[in-house]
Design a protein around this ligand. Sequence first.
Ligand code: PGA
Length: 244
Amino acid sequence: MKYVFGNWKMNLSRSEAVTLAEALSHAASGGRVSAQTQLAVFPPICWLDAVSAVLRGSSVEFGGQHSHSSLKGMFTGETSPAMIAELGAKWCLVGHSERRRTFGESVLETAARCAGAVNAGLQPVICVGESGTEQTDGHTVRIVLEQLRPCLAALGPTTKPLIAYEPVWSIGTGRLPTNDQIADVTATLHAETGGQIPVLYGGSVTPDNARELARILGVSGFLVGGSSLDADKFLKIAAEISDK
Ligand code: PGA
């Protein structure tokens, strides 16, 4: 199975989100998406209900971009993973670099949020990735393993997580690691998990580079930011990896 997941981040109006979800749902039901490729979208939380209504009965899945470690309580402004699950979501991103770096989420906090998602029955997409300086200084492997291991410890026996390797310096910049660099990190992640968890690549994936990236051994799909806001671009990326 290949996975092409779209992280809409803090973008799109309500009607734009609904229109995009409708376009993806129509494409999937019209046979434009291979049965071997799982599409999922991660809308802003306030549009999740509207998007879930569009995607009910569709093969396109959806999830939360972020969730709290607890299922309920006095946490103003946070979202319970149980609430996300109640809308029919299957997935939740955990530890996206914008959460880790911009909002200062620690490795342990991320692991707690991962455990919360698992408790709510969501499948976590565990995001890991090094900064530009960490990459230049040769710390990529150490950093991604430090981020990954506490999350792995939070998984349950029936959890079917994914890992998204997203170098921070590649997100939204148009700069990509070499295929060999991606393959090396992917191999490390597979070694750490006994090859049991599919690994996606994320960072500046576009319809133009998806074919080349899809060739990389061990990469089972993409976590797409900017290019997931346009149905045609997102579907083209999905088509490129489906051929592999
Ligand atoms: P990008 O974002 O595709 O816009 O680089 C990827 C991500 O942050 O998941």
